[in-house]
Ligand binder design. Structure first.
Ligand code: AMP
Length: 394
């Protein structure tokens, strides 16, 4: 793997694509520093080796140059997290950047303005990529969150660095850990898939058939499977146009010898609200006017049992509407089972925006083997796709 250790950064300017797409409040203050912290090891390693760091990132989805999306808002926080001064330049291409780059000293950090102030970034424009490429001797991609996009700074730029390009520590770690599930996984392998919709997970389900022994299904997408099999799901979430697909998945699983587990019971509510009345019923006996918002206690036990027997566990998507305390129990219980299995020696990978939010909210993040930082990028890797940002480094 082309990683930091293959290069001598002494007196070199490292142009690092980071993912500083952090959440800001109305005062433009950073409310979660996870992504900055995630890039810290790479930046520190390069500075310690006697190099300098030029950081480029996007922030949000600005339409043109919109000051509310300026990376200037986060420069002070980046400096605080890294523990070194950070100079901010209010552009990412042009003369002002050229001056700043020419004057950068060993051990210094420069943060460029939001790449997406230029539509050329997302368009993967080669001229824009070439302009960016001028700023560094070595290109380092450490932005896993955007590695599935063929943007100027994430993929197109790499061709201007021939051999002087590598993965940052975060991207390297992501590739290795997702690889542990996809390639050298210890059996039994269990994938836990939850969240709202089948449509966003179908690619993953199809690609992992040959790699897993069990697929545990929970969350909103389970009801489409149940309705497709003739069950009553009341007003639960359902993708009617995916019912055929759900049956095909069940059939294919049988052919491949993969066990698909669907919930046995569910917590139903008479409104989509934490104040709703609730009951526990069999998964296929949900009365009209009620909706399933969490897995039930029998399902928790059955699912936890499978998880405890597993040696490799992949978790993507919550088991219910965990944002509301009344419907968080299924997600929490499965989190406990994953933590216990991990303590027993299993490898557990958690990824996808909402599962990461859940493990953090419930305090499991430090007790699973790896928490992936990139939702879309992780899903695409699990779908078996080669990410443009990864392919570009080679
Ligand atoms: P996804 O982004 O597809 O992983 O979906 C995550 C979202 O699915 C979370 O916001 C959950 O609240 C939601 N969700 C999980 N279970 C259900 C359910 N039974 N009904 C409606 N929404 C759900």
């Amino acid at each position: 793997m082309k990683n930091l250790s293959k290069f001598n950064f002494k007196n070199k300017k490292a142009l690092i694509r980071v993912d500083f797409n952090v959440p800001l409040n109305d005062q433009f203050e950073v409310t979660d520093t996870t992504r900055i912290l995630a890039a810290k090891p790479t930046i520190e390693t390069i500075l310690k080796a006697g190099g300098s760091a030029i950081l480029m990132s996007h922030l949000g989805r600005p339409k043109g140059k919109d000051a509310s999306f300026s990376l200037g808002h986060i420069a002070a926080k980046v400096s605080e997290v890294l523990g070194v001064p950070v100079k901010f330049v209010s552009d990412c291409v042009g003369d002002e950047v050229r001056d700043a780059v020419q004057n950068i000293q060993v051990g210094e950090v420069l943060l460029l303005e939001n790449l997406r102030f230029y539509p050329e970034e997302k368009a993967g424009d080669i001229t824009f990529a070439k302009q960016l490429a001028e700023w560094g001797d070595i290109y380092v991609n450490d932005a896993f969150g955007t590695a599935h996009r063929a943007h100027a700074s994430t993929a197109i730029i790499a061709q201007f660095f021939e051999n002087n390009k590598c993965f940052g520590l975060l991207l390297e770690k992501e590739i290795l850990n997702i690889g542990k599930v996809l390639t050298d996984s210890k059996k039994p392998v269990t994938a836990i898939l939850g969240g709202a919709k089948i449509s966003s997970k179908i690619g993953v389900i199809e690609n992992i058939f040959d790699k897993v022994d069990h697929i545990i299904i929970g969350g909103g997408m389970s009801y489409t499977f149940i309705k497709a099999q003739g069950g009553d799901i009341g007003n639960s979430l359902c993708e009617d146009d995916k019912m055929e697909l759900a049956l095909e998945i069940l059939e294919k699983a049988k052919e491949k010898g993969v066990k698909i587990h669907l919930p046995l019971d569910t917590v139903i509510a008479d409104a989509f609200s934490n104040d709703a009345n609730t009951e526990i019923v069999p998964i296929d006996e949900i009365p009209d006017g009620w909706m399933g918002l969490d897995i039930g206690p029998k399902t928790e036990i059955a699912y936890s049992f499978i998880i405890m027997q597993s040696k490799t566990i992949l978790w993507n998507g919550p088991m219910g509407v965990f944002e509301m305390p009344k419907f968080a129990k299924g997600t929490i219980e499965l989190g406990h089972a994953i933590v216990d299995a991990t303590a027993d020696g299993a490898f557990s990978l958690v990824g996808g925006g909402d599962s990461v939010a859940a493990v953090k909210q419930f305090g499991f993040a430090d007790r699973v083997s790896y928490v992936s930082t990139g939702g879309g990028a992780m899903l695409e890797m699990l779908e078996g796709k080669i990410l443009p940002g990864v392919a570009a480094i080679g």
